[in-house]
Write a protein that binds this ligand. Structure first.
Ligand code: ATP
Ligand code: MG
Length: 430
């Protein structure tokens, strides 16, 4: 992408009303635009990050055998009357009427719709287990939308729903998804702590929130210091279940199993939430499948959410410095920033253009600052928007046949001979 032709409305001033760093940086980097309270447009740079996260989340779901669907954002009130939640859900649910005066709602979550689908098609225990998921926009009329996309009213969520014939199956499914969540967050460059949680409006007893530690988090989490030194092999359901970590409302200081000198507390951002809730919806919607012995059984269910749009902000909270965002490679909107420090100089332009063609030819996402701007302004923009790998083509490219590489995260710099650029590009593809 040539920056001269891109749509990147970066802001010079720090937006006054943005309270947390991720919100400020998303506005300054031209990633989002506020349309109304809790409603955001995703501009090209933000859209790129969001869709990279979405892809990783989907990939990890697919890997464990979940199947992706798309359900409507508008749902009939009748299904929610069957489950009893139409009255219970309260003001967070946006209710609307269609032209025939029928009651609809903008889905805050989808248990009813998915249960209705399973009730229509799944007739035998042989068709189970099944996990269906979607990644779609949800609307919740939050009392206090704030912190930008961290707590929006319309937000992108991955929501999955599991159906099993019995409790053992449901528990095994829960564990499989629990562990896949750890891998998902890991691929996004985040270390998530799964904490025992209250099951909230959805109900149930086996429930974990996945929290990213950050000072700006809205939750308080209590956890065993052992979490800070886990090896990758220890990040399994069984091992983590045995370690203490609890959300504020579950933590009882008087009966905490962790000795005081090992108990830590920190602020967390909830990026995922999983529940097992048994037959709550399958019973209410009267779902029955034939069991192995011919008797009808009511499937056991769970639901599994990831806040995809909230993750964009959470990743920034965990990856920034005074100059701006520092994207992990996996979610970076562009992997390489190519900066021409002498735009207008024929020899320099020729070298920069040549490297640009090679990078795009190799399938690498590159943002090429070919604008007629001061070099300092170009460097500052690339730092602000957080591109992880910078290549700078300046005087030395012409005089000494070298370009400068800068690693955005470490600040480390090195010179790369023009003859070695092909090899460097090859390395970037890995
Ligand atoms: P919270 O306690 O933050 O309101 P929740 O318990 O209501 O979250 P769930 O119903 O479990 O959330 O939704 C699944 C995930 O969707 C959450 O873990 C969170 O990451 C994300 N999420 C929920 N509400 C919002 C919101 N208003 N804006 C952005 N993401 C959200
Ligand atoms: Mg909520």
């Amino acid at each position: 992408m040539r920056l001269s032709a891109y749509f990147l409305p970066v802001l010079k001033e720090t937006p006054a009303d943005a309270q947390i760093v991720s919100h400020r940086l998303m506005l300054r980097a031209g990633m989002v635009n506020q349309c109304a309270s809790g409603l955001y447009s995703w501009l090209p740079l933000g859209q790129r990050v969001l869709s990279k996260i979405e892809k990783i989340v989907a990939d990890e779901q697919d890997k464990i055998g979940c199947h992706r669907v798309i359900m409507p954002t508008l749902q009939p009130a009748s299904l929610w009357q069957e489950s009893g939640r139409y009255e219970d859900y309260g003001k967070e649910m946006l209710r609307v009427k269609d032209r025939h005066d029928r009651d609809l709602l903008f889905g805050p979550t989808n248990e009813e719709v998915i249960t209705d689908i399973v009730r229509q098609y799944v007739k035998s225990y042989r068709d189970l287990p099944q996990v269906l998921y979607q990644i779609t926009w949800k609307f919740r009329d939050e009392m206090r939308p704030r912190f930008g996309v961290m707590r929006g009213r319309e937000f992108l969520m991955k929501d999955g729903y599991s159906f099993d014939v019995d409790y053992e199956g449901a528990r095994a499914t829960y564990q499989r998804i629990f562990e896949s969540y750890l891998r998902t967050f890991n691929r996004l460059g985040l270390t998530a702590i799964p904490v025992k949680a209250d099951s909230g409006a959805i109900g149930g007893d086996l429930s974990h929130e996945f929290q990213i530690m950050a000072e700006t988090g809205e939750s308080t989490v209590y956890y065993d210091a052992a979490y800070d030194s886990l090896t990758p092999e220890q990040r399994t359901f069984d091992h983590l279940q045995a370690l203490y970590a609890a959300a504020d409302e579950k933590h009882d200081a008087d009966n905490c199993p962790v000795p005081a000198d090992r108990l830590k507390s920190a602020r967390g951002i909830e990026v995922g939430h999983i529940f097992y809730f048994g037959k709550k919806y399958s019973d209410a919607l009267n779902v029955k499948v034939a069991g192995a012995d011919g008797q009808a059984v009511v499937p056991e269910m769970g639901s599994y959410g990831i806040g995809v749009s909230r993750l964009v902000a959470a990743i920034i909270e965990a990856n920034h410095d005074d100059a701006g965002i520092i994207w992990p490679d996996a979610v970076a909107p562009f992997k390489v920033a190519l900066i021409s420090a002498k735009t207008g100089d024929e020899a320099c332009d020729a070298i920069a253009n040549d490297i640009y063609e090679k990078l795009t030819g190799a399938g690498i996402d590159v943002l090429f600052d070919d604008r007629n701007e001061r070099p300092g302004a170009k460097f500052a923009t690339m730092d602000l928007i957080g591109i992880p790998h910078h290549l700078i083509v300046g005087n030395k490219a012409v005089q000494e046949s070298v370009v400068e590489y800068k690693n955005r995260r470490t600040g480390a710099r090195e010179m790369i001979a023009l003859s070695a650029v092909d090899g460097w590009i090859h390395g970037m593809r890995g």
